[in-house]
Design a protein around this ligand. Sequence first.
Ligand code: FES
Length: 541
Amino acid sequence: MIELVIEPLGNRIPCTYRQTIIDAVRSVGITICATCGGQGTCGHCAVIVIHGDVSTPHISEENTLGLEKIKSGWRLACQTTIQGNVKIYLPPESFSSVHRLQVETAPSPIGYTPGSALSQYGQTRFGSSAIGLAVDLGTTKIAAYLVDIESGKTIDQSGVINPQISYGEDVIARINHTFKEADGAENLQKIVVQALNSLAGELCGRTGKNIRDIEDAVIVGNTAMHHLLIGLSVRSLGLSPYVPTEKKALDIPARQLGLDFSPYANVHFLPNIGGFVGGDHVAMLLGSGMLEKEGVILGLDIGTNTEISLIVNGAHFACSAASGPAFEGAHIRYGLRAISGAIEKIIIHNERVEYKTIDNQPPKGLCGSGILDLVAQMLRSGIIDRKGSMIDSYFDRIRMGKNIEKAFIVVPADQNNGFEITFSRKDVNEIQLAKAAIRTGTSLLLRHAEISEQDITKVVIAGAFGTYLDVQSGMDIGMFPQISKGKFLQVGNAAGTGAKMALLSLERRKRAEELARHVTHVELTKEKNFSSMFARALLFD
Ligand code: FES
């Protein structure tokens, strides 16, 4: 029998010859980050092999980790197989949990009418201490809010990484998983239900409640997250033209979904709009207040999938752009989620690179807002050109040579206890892809509405990354419309706010249904000139 020891947890796991480290770790219920679904490209499953017999490094490990890291014992858990007794160190950032999951919502929902949906239904079985749960079920993160149904107050809130990330970083990877594995859909459903139960249990536990006290819930997510949780087929979502199986609002008994809430509790799902634009976007529209604004309003909910809405004189267009997880730190060599020690702000001035890290800890890597700042600053300083090509020298900060990937040295090793942080041409390219997706989506909605970006009166930016990003950096790299900075409004997790509003008001639920019916969904990949517009949008201008 071969044994795998996991430090610092101290777990000893029996495993089989040639089993991958990631499979062995998962077999005991430890969720390890695998945002690329085990392709060897994201680097998020990196572990240190302390000692033992393992396979020789795969070419994907050399590409993703680099030879220096491999020499110091780093390996990708998804690529490395166990060939004898092995001891590994699992670093905190490889666990599926994060230090700072942004779940903050707007302080007071706009237009919020106190009074519970339950009492409006005329139901009387709930006591004055009834509690409800609002959930924003994201592709990468799950944010949950425990709410006092009578007063409308949020009792507590918390967030976790969506454990489905172990099966792929984006909706397409997860849908493909259900095509490949007979029990794929069932597994994805099971792990997300477990996560919801444990998140709800944790919230109840720390506020002196019981999970069985949850009398009502609203869960919002994109159409893939919605279908996978409910157990609806995702087949038509995996194939062009990406049509959801179900669009209308649903009420499903919590017990039927496997949720340990009150036996009488229902879960309400807001309606879907079309394609991958789901109830989470409807919730964002409710929660951001953008429906109440006058003029031409552009709304962006930036995530692994970015949903975009454009409202012009009562007409409403929406689309979903596959922006990918680069701003979550995935696919970026030294990318991190927003954990302690992640660089979140950067300024480059001549040879000086000034940065700020989360919790002011020594730098470990770059999170989304830091990555965005870095690219904008590299562009401004002439380190990269509009095509994203990197110059050969910038003081002593460009690393290049035979068999060495050209990269900008963000933090030199001698300033950070021997740990160097770089940003390569390939990393720049990942950001070009993300920004091109968002820009092309915006341009195509403007084309549908037959207006130009100069006609936009307000840009509402929602989502975790959207809360912390620097708008000027977003404009500098051409991700956002080139309009006055004063027109931008960052609103936090508006989808969470919208879910809470729907939990508390039947009127809001009805409004959501009406809203979803009147939105024109634009499927980007079917749009004329989509490819050429996307290629053009890769440029930084
Ligand atoms: Fe191993 Fe992405 S899961 S590199």
